[in-house]
Design a protein around this ligand. Structure first.
Ligand code: 26Q
Length: 811
């Protein structure tokens, strides 16, 4: 923990400001002030960072490398201050200088280098590794443009580039001397040299990978870990621009552009795979740079490569970094001269893999031709892995050609990344109990049968430091006042809070805190969307990526139904509700974009209907991102977790909401199952098809959307309203949604779950009207949320998969 007095801080800050801007503090803009503060904090951090690295090198504790295409960090200033333990001092000091800390914090651009859950999980894991003193490094891509910025124009999503680096980035340090060269294309020359077959890569296109390091501050423990993001640059030596004749000059420009394209932009699709060569380039680019730098560092500090897997663990976040497996093989074989057997043992014992989805359309497979041309040597290695693996299969399943070809790594003209990841690693985990069971028993059952010991579950978590302590300071104080502060380091101690579930003072406090958080959010809604919401209404929230399986449509349909009911019976006795949505649709995902249009159309019509305006309001908040989530989550009362059972691997916003006292309305999908197990049926509202029912429908194909609709008056009315111009002059605006629900017999069972969803919502209404009961439920939810801290998750990874982090036991 950094100890610094207020006066010292003031002096340092003023000095930093002048040094940086060449003027006095009172002449500076808030942005100037933010930059000075960021820069000062980085100075403080730098000393600890150097010390941490020295200690790691000295003590040679096992290092974890978390490879991920996405790190969705959000803002860093507030959390770094919190973790350094100087946020209060800093706040007071700045106040005395006439500066509001929050104003500066709000100026920071989100670091939005991720799509959603998977990227945010990586960020929570970095925070937990540092806070648990686990030597953990992130490895990814420094995209020039992160996840696009979303605007809603005339009811539709419009994307623009996320220029997050426009005003610079105070947190990163470019390490030019640690650059690596990554090789694409070309040919492989094989020859025997000294009786050994060697492989030489020729005529390749070189790309310089330049690391940018960001400090990851541990919580009050003086640990600073590193997130290393790679940026692609031309290798200048080999293409010296000035000395080229005209033809070569153009070639050089082309080369430069094609290189820089690699780290230009984050692909905005989650859960939909498209075989784009640039994406494959991105994957090999950061994986190769990362593995090369690991080996370089290892050789310098530790030496013997045969012990590599005892000293480092390489974790791959979904299949996107799977090329780490053949890349590590390549280095051990071609550059270090190890035998195949040794290289394979070291590689598989180093690498572990997390699966985040069972959606078929999200599974990565690369066309062989593309793969081979771009990565000739890596392809040879993958072929060899495949050959050895299929031989092993043959010995088990002699004659069963179908099974063998289904399980092969290379087959049907593709390289199947999930198969490579399973075969080339020592651990495969799902992200919630149900998800892992589905992996074992359905999706990957053949592999589970073959390698039962590789498969394990690690239920996701979220960092309670960002999502509770930072996002909800008032609830944090209430916890501290009632149960003491031990929960901060031991989040499961939050269970003690359950003792207060019948304490009227605590319940009143919970009510008040929620209300204040709602007021804060209401102001943001007013400022951003121009909509005035009633802070006495239920804040009912669904914020996440827009996707058919997450069923924002189901939510929209019940809003339509409620509107109909209110028009029919204006005195219907319901607790007023504000329906809050936010989330981005992949730019090419037409149905998802139409879903946004539907929600905004409902808002337009219903919000402007005075007959219902005191009972319901609909808000679609623009540009959902981490910093906006930090304002929404603490103000939420009803958390909508309504995916089709079996489809949501885990979900993590469900955990954030619960931790902030929201009541969950949910299907028994993903980690909702564990949330239910924690709080009990009385403190969550469950509805919808069970896993078994869903799987049964898929097996027998007996679902009929039309029959379901025709059997329910409410559904007849609302599905008609989708296409009769009720919500928009353009009558066919939502036709595709209608077609999907009915004529395409919607594979996500929206209509099937409608009736039970409505019933569940009526139950929510009743519970909310009983204020005492609601606060009691809220209290129980908070009390049981500690287990969903990512600290628990990371301890499980460390002990169960990585074999690292023995130190955390002493905390
Ligand atoms: C793959 C290939 C080509 C282009 C894009 C992709 C791609 C990119 C991102 C595929 C998937 C993703 C992201 C997936 C994701 O966020 N999954 C979520 O992971 C969370 C953390 O485990 C879970 O809580 C969610 O349930 C899961 O949907």
């Amino acid at each position: 923990m950094l100890t610094i007095s207020k006066d010292r801080f003031k002096r340092d800050y003023i000095q930093k400001f002048i040094e940086l801007h060449g003027k006095d503090l009172d002449e500076g803009t808030n942005l100037n002030k933010y930059e000075a503060l960021g820069s000062l904090i980085r100075d403080y951090v730098s000393r600890m960072w150097i010390e941490t690295n020295k200690r790691y090198n000295r003590e040679k504790e096992k290092q974890v490398y978390y490879f991920s295409m996405e790190f969705l960090l959000g803002r860093l200033l507030g959390n770094s201050l919190l973790n350094l333990g100087i946020r209060d001092v800093c706040k007071k000091a700045l106040k005395e200088l006439g500066v509001e800390l929050e104003d500066l914090e709000n100026l920071e651009q989100d670091q939005g280098l991720g799509n959603g859950g998977l990227g945010r999980l990586a960020a929570c894991f970095l925070d937990s590794m540092a806070s648990l003193k686990i030597p953990g490094n992130g490895c990814g891509i420094r995209y020039k443009y992160g996840f696009f910025e979303q605007k809603i124009i005339e009811g539709s999503q419009v994307e623009s580039p996320d220029k997050w680096l426009r005003e610079g980035n105070v947190w990163e340090i470019k390490k030019t001397d640690k650059a690596e060269v990554v090789k694409f294309g070309g040919e492989i020359k094989t020859e025997y040299i000294g009786g050994r077959l060697t492989f030489t890569h020729v005529n390749y296109e070189p790309v310089l990978a330049v690391p940018h390091d960001t400090p990851i501050v541990g919580f009050e423990n003086e640990v600073i870990n590193t997130l290393r993001l790679w940026s692609a640059e031309p290798v200048v030596n080999e293409f010296d621009f000035s000395s080229f004749s005209r033809g070569e000059f153009l070639k050089a420009i082309e080369y430069k552009n094609s290189v820089e394209a690699i780290s230009q932009v984050l692909y905005p699709d989650d859960s939909f795979y498209e075989g784009k060569i640039l994406r494959l380039k991105q994957q090999y680019f950061f994986v190769s740079a990362g593995i090369q730098s690991i080996i370089r560092h290892y050789k310098k500090h530790l030496g013997d490569l045969c012990l590599l897997n005892e000293k480092i663990a390489i974790h791959i976040n979904d299949t996107h970094p799977t090329l780490a497996i053949p890349e590590l093989m390549r280095i051990l074989l071609d550059e270090e001269g190890l035998s195949w057997e040794d290289a394979w043992r070291i590689t598989t014992n180093s690498v572990s893999y997390t699966n985040h989805t069972i959606l078929q359309e999200a599974l990565e497979k690369w066309p062989i031709d593309m793969f081979k041309k771009l990565l000739p040597r890596i392809f040879m290695i993958v072929e060899e892995i495949n050959e050895r693996f299929t031989k092993e299969l043959w010995s088990k399943y002699e004659g069963q050609w179908d099974k063998i070809s289904q399980m092969a790594i290379v087959g049907d003209g593709y390289v199947r990344m999930a198969h490579l990841a399973i075969v080339g690693s020592h651990s495969v985990n799902g992200v919630a109990k149900l998800h892992t069971e589905i992996l074992k028993n359905q999706q990957m059952s053949d592999f589970y049968y073959m390698y039962p010991r590789k498969f394990n579950n690690k239920t996701n978590g979220i960092t309670h430091r960002r999502w509770l302590i930072k996002a909800n300071p008032k609830l944090t104080s209430l916890l501290n006042e009632t149960i003491g502060e031990s929960w901060i380091k031991h989040p499961t101690d939050m269970e003690k809070f359950e003792r207060f579930k019948n304490d009227s003072f605590v319940k009143e406090s919970l009510f008040k805190i929620k209300n204040e958080n709602k007021q804060k959010l209401a102001k943001i809604i007013k400022d951003n969307q121009g909509i005035v919401v009633d802070t006495n209404s239920i804040f009912d929230v669904q914020v996440k990526r827009i996707h058919a399986y997450k069923r924002q449509t189901l939510n929209a349909l019940r809003i339509m139904d409620l509107y109909n009911k209110l028009l029919e019976n204006p005195s219907l006795d319901i607790a007023p509700r504000t329906f809050i949505f936010a989330g981005k649709a992949a730019p090419a995902y037409y149905l998802a974009k139409k879903t946004i249009e539907l929600i905004t159309a409902l808002a337009d019509k219903i919000n402007n209907d005075p007959r219902v305006s005191d009972k319901m309001k609909i808000v679609f908040m623009e540009n959902y991102r981490v910093s906006l989530a930090e304002d929404i989550v603490p103000a939420t009362e009803v958390s909508e977790q309504i995916s089709t059972t079996t489809k949501e691997a885990s979900g993590t916003s469900n955990m954030k909401f619960m931790m902030n006292g929201a009541i969950t309305i949910a299907t028994l999908d993903g980690a909702n199952v564990e949330i239910r197990d924690e709080v009990g049926d009385d403190n969550i509202v469950i509805f919808g098809l069970t896993e078994r029912e869903v799987l049964e429908y898929y097996r027998h194909g007996k679902y009929s959307a039309w029959d379901t609709r025709n059997g329910d008056e409410r559904l007849i009315k609302i599905t008609d309203q989708l296409v009769n111009g009720f919500y928009h002059d353009e009558k066919d605006r939502f036709r595709i949604i209608y077609e999907n629900l009915l004529n395409y017999n919607d594979e996500f069972f929206v209509l099937k779950d409608f009736a039970s969803y409505i019933e569940a919502q009526e139950k929510v209404d009743k519970l909310y009207k009983n204020k005492e009961k609601w606060q009691e439920m809220s209290c129980v939810n908070i009390a049981h949320s500690g287990i969903f801290s990512s600290d628990r998750t990371i301890k499980e990874y460390a002990t169960g998969i990585w074999g690292s982090g023995y130190l955390y036991k002493n905390l």
